[in-house]
Design a protein around this ligand. Structure first.
Ligand SMILES: Nc1ncnc2c1ncn2[C@@H]1O[C@H](COP(=O)(O)OP(=O)(O)OP(=O)(O)O)[C@@H](O)[C@H]1O
Ligand SMILES: [Mg+2]
Length: 260
C-alpha cells in the first residue's frame, strides 16, 4: 500500500473570502484506491479536487499542502484526468468529439493525429458509445447528456492518466445512467490500476464501489476510513446522521455486502 499523495494541514481561502473553504485537511490518497469524498453542498469537495489537481483559481491563498510520491505535482491532462459534474464544462461545443478525445492522446502521448484518432475511437468503444465512428464526427450537442458524460470520461482517460478525479461526474444524470457511468468508471479504473478520487454528495452511490471514504463538512474532514467500516461503525455524529438519512444504507444487507 503506497501513498500517492499526502495532504497535510491543507487550508484554502478563495480570493476576497474571509472564511477558508478548506480548513486543515489531513488525508492520504493511496495509489490504486478508489477514494470517495462525500459531503453536502459547500463542504469543500470541489475545492479539494481543484487543490489536488493544481487548478485553484488565481488569488487563492493556501497553507499546508501536498506531498506527491513522484516528488512533483501531477500534471492535469497528462498524469491526472479530471471529469467535471457538467460535461459541457469539459467539452468544447465547436469541436467534434473526435478532436476532443484525440487531443489529450496527441498532446500527451505524442501520437500523430491519425493514431490519436484511432485511440479516440477505441476510447469511445470502451465507454460504450453506440456507433463510435459516427460519434467521432459529431458535436457535443448531438449527443445525450449521458453520452456526453461518457465522452468526457473518454477524453479524460485518453492520455492514460494514472489518477482520475471525478467531481460529481454523475450528479446531473438520471439514476439509471448514473449507475451505468459508475460501473463504467469502476471497470476502467480496475483495468488500468488507476487511482480514483470520486466526489459525490450521495453516500449510497459511493458505497457500492469505493474502497475508502472521507466525509467533509464545512471545509473540514469529519471522518475517514475504509468504506465498509465507516458505514458499519461511524464514529462521528455527522456521519451517523448522514447514514441514518439514507434508509437504504442503514439496512443491514447493504452494509454487510459493502463491508465484506
Ligand atoms: N471560486 C470561488 N470563489 C469564492 N468562493 C468559492 C469559490 N468556489 C467555491 N467557493 C466557496 O467555497 C466553499 C466550498 O465550495 P466547494 O465548491 O468546494 O464546495 P462543494 O462541496 O464542492 O459543493 P457542491 O456540492 O455544491 O459542489 C463554499 O462556501 C463556496 O461558496
Ligand atoms: Mg462541488
Amino acid at each position: 500500500m503506497s501513498v500517492l499523495c499526502e495532504i497535510r494541514n491543507l487550508s484554502v481561502t478563495y480570493r476576497g473570502q474571509k472564511i477558508p473553504a478548506l480548513k486543515g485537511i489531513d488525508l492520504d490518497v493511496i495509489a490504486g484506491e478508489r477514494l470517495a469524498i462525500i459531503g453536502e453542498s459547500g463542504s469543500g469537495k470541489s475545492t479539494l479536487a481543484r487543490a489536488v489537481a493544481g487548478l485553484l483559481p488565481s488569488g487563492s491563498v493556501t497553507s499546508g499542502g501536498m506531498r506527491w510520491s513522484s516528488g512533483h505535482p501531477l500534471q492535469p491532462g497528462r498524469d491526472l484526468g479530471f471529469v467535471f459534474q457538467d460535461p459541457s464544462a469539459s467539452l468544447n461545443p465547436v469541436l467534434t468529439i473526435g478532436e476532443q478525445v484525440a487531443e489529450g492522446a496527441r498532446r500527451h502521448l505524442g501520437l500523430s493525429w491519425n493514431r490519436a484518432y484511432s485511440r479516440a475511437l477505441d476510447m469511445l468503444e470502451r465507454v460504450h458509445i453506440p456507433e463510435p465512428d459516427k460519434a467521432l464526427k459529431a458535436f457535443p450537442h448531438q449527443l445525450s447528456g449521458g453520452q456526453r458524460q461518457r465522452v468526457a470520461i473518454a477524453a479524460a482517460l485518453a492520455a492514460k492518466p494514472g489518477f482520475l478525479i471525478a467531481d460529481e461526474a454523475t450528479s446531473a444524470l438520471d439514476m439509471v445512467v448514473q449507475a451505468e457511468i459508475v460501473s463504467l468508471l469502476d471497470e476502467l479504473v480496475r483495468e488500468a490500476g488507476m487511482t480514483l478520487l470520486f466526489i459525490t454528495h450521495d453516500i449510497a452511490l459511493a458505497s457500492g464501489f469505493a474502497d475508502r471514504v472521507a466525509i467533509f463538512k464545512d471545509g473540514r474532514l469529519v471522518e475517514s476510513g475504509p468504506m465498509g467500516a465507516v458505514l458499519a461503525t461511524p464514529q462521528e455524529a455527522y456521519t451517523k446522521a448522514l447514514i441514518a438519512n439514507h434508509r437504504d444504507l442503514s439496512t443491514p444487507p447493504l452494509v454487510r455486502e459493502v463491508a465484506s
